[in-house]
Design a binder for this molecule. Structure first.
Ligand SMILES: [Zn+2]
Length: 158
């Protein structure tokens, strides 16, 4: 089973061993900006580029030569400039279609029910491991994965 991890540069700097483990276990990497700048896409392209490059550099400090396939703009606040810069840096802009709003801490059962209620073949499910207490998200995952396996088998996004 694989996932895509959207990494914030300042967190990569704090937890390089975790980034190495993500890659070692075969998951996919995604640039999620240097410090989760929600307004990055409104900045001049040179500033966007510097931010995304700094993040990729930090990731590759943790994992030399790491392939960083995707870019996800914080809050989904895409702009044409952000998408273009990411593309120039070889990254596909990654959106999602299932958002259980786990960051608002609705509890494990609600996270589970929202994901399973909304997911369709080909869905990209957004879950968070940062931003405070994530016990609800973690608590939901075993049942979510069990139900997804039962319904579809788990497909890999690579
Ligand atoms: Zn985010």
């Amino acid at each position: 089973m694989r996932a895509t991890f959207c990494l914030v540069g300042t967190e990569v700097r704090k937890y390089p061993a975790l980034v190495a483990r993500i890659v070692r276990e075969g998951h996919t990497l995604c640039n999620h900006t240097w410090h989760h700048e929600l307004d990055l896409g409104t900045k001049p392209p040179a500033e966007i580029k510097a931010n995304l490059e700094a993040t990729n550099r930090e990731i590759r400090k943790a994992v030399p030569g790491a392939k960083i396939k995707f870019f996800r703009h914080p809050g989904g606040k895409w702009t044409p400039a952000a998408i273009a810069v990411a593309r120039d840096l070889g990254m596909i802009s990654l959106d999602w279609d299932v958002d259980p709003q786990d960051w608002a801490k609705p509890g494990a059962k609600a996270v589970h029910d929202r994901v399973i209620g909304a997911v369709r073949p080909g869905s990209i499910v957004l879950l968070h491991d940062g931003g405070g207490d994530r016990s609800g998200t973690l608590g939901a995952c075993p049942a979510v994965l069990r139900d997804l396996k039962r319904r579809y088998g788990i497909t890999l996004l690579r």
